[in-house]
Ligand binder design. Structure first.
Ligand SMILES: Nc1ncnc2c1ncn2[C@@H]1O[C@H](COP(=O)(O)OP(=O)(O)OP(=O)(O)O)[C@@H](O)[C@H]1O
Ligand SMILES: [Mg+2]
Length: 295
């Protein structure tokens, strides 16, 4: 078990207000909007994500969190705006190139291919993956040195995530929590710098909760930056160094978890969509919201 974790402090250049510049931002977002018909799903004026820290992106259902992830990783195109990752302009860069550059993400709905083995799923996460790789992964006789290295790397990661005993099993046979672990392990095949996790805890059995938390903390210990979307406020409070709150497409609050959870804009954002929010926040406890099933 890891020892007591020290939270990163001094991440922002001032008090936590929406759009506050960071001391060392890895991701800088400007004026990014995305409309679906009449709905403005994302309308982010300015947002900076601090490097080498764990940032939680929270907000009620439909706030635009997943859409923002899709835009930032090249899975969708915005109506307006620009953003940079590590100083590189990413607008218009396709998702596979974004991943090669070191910015990877997992999906709210697992992308594990059910009828491929756990090991094959891992290999599909490897860098330089082209269309034919999919088939090559299934035809070992076409593998070269690179594929051997990829297999070794996949096995190392599966061991770290305690999925090594399952490498030949179909991904379909894994539990919800094991699939979340597989998603995270597969994202690491690319040696990322920035790991973006969309609801890593959704649908996870409590028995695996601690393990997932430890893996996220471990990413930071290994020098990576983490940005995760989560509805589980206990996880947010426990591991986030910084919290960004979205509602109706906009950033409505940001700051350290201890203060942001008591921000009136945050309480209002959750109350707007969740009448059953635990108002214990007023007395200093964390709001709890109904954790929905993974979509
Ligand atoms: N492909 C799409 N076509 C039309 N509308 C969409 C599409 N994707 C998202 N939306 C709409 O955009 C808004 C934001 O959705 P998004 O999935 O980004 O929210 P979210 O914050 O991730 O919510 P959740 O917490 O439920 O996952 C919602 O109103 C949603 O219905
Ligand atoms: Mg979502």
């Amino acid at each position: 078990m890891p020892g007591k974790r020290i939270k990163s402090t001094g991440l922002a250049k001032g008090p936590g207000t929406p759009g506050i510049p960071k001391v060392d931002p890895i991701l800088i977002v400007d004026n990014v909007t995305r409309n679906f018909g009449g709905v403005t799903a994302v309308d982010v004026n300015h947002l900076e994500i601090p490097r080498h820290a764990i940032t939680a992106l929270i907000g009620p259902n439909g706030a635009g969190k997943t859409t923002l992830f899709n835009l930032l990783c090249g899975f969708d195109k915005p109506n307006t705006g620009s953003w940079t990752y590590d100083g590189h302009n990413l607008a218009g860069v396709p998702s596979f190139k974004v991943a090669r550059m070191g910015q990877v993400r997992t999906f709210q709905l697992t992308k594990a291919l059910s009828l491929l083995s756990v090991l094959e799923n891992m290999k599909l996460g490897a860098k330089n993956q082209r269309g034919e790789r999919f088939w090559a992964a299934l035809m070992p006789w076409t593998w070269g040195k690179q594929e051997t290295e990829i297999t070794a790397k996949a096995r190392d990661l599966l061991k770290r995530f305690k999925l090594d005993a399952k490498e030949q099993d179909f991904a379909a046979s894994l539990s919800g929590g094991q699939r979340k672990l597989l998603d995270m392990a597969r994202a690491l095949m690319n040696d990322p710098t920035l790991v973006m996790l969309d609801e890593p805890m959704a649908g996870v059995n409590p028995a695996l909760t601690q393990s997932l938390l430890d893996h996220v903390l471990d990413l930071k210990d290994r020098g990576m930056t983490v940005l995760f979307v989560e509805h589980d406020m206990h996880m947010v409070r426990h591991i986030a160094d910084w919290v960004v709150v979205m509602a109706e497409g906009k950033i409505v609050a940001e700051g350290p978890p201890e203060t942001v959870m008591e921000d009136q804009a945050v309480i209002d954002a959750y109350l707007g969509a969740h009448q059953d929010v635990d108002l214990g926040v007023v007395t200093g406890r964390i709001p709890t919201i109904d954790t929905k099933e993974s979509k």
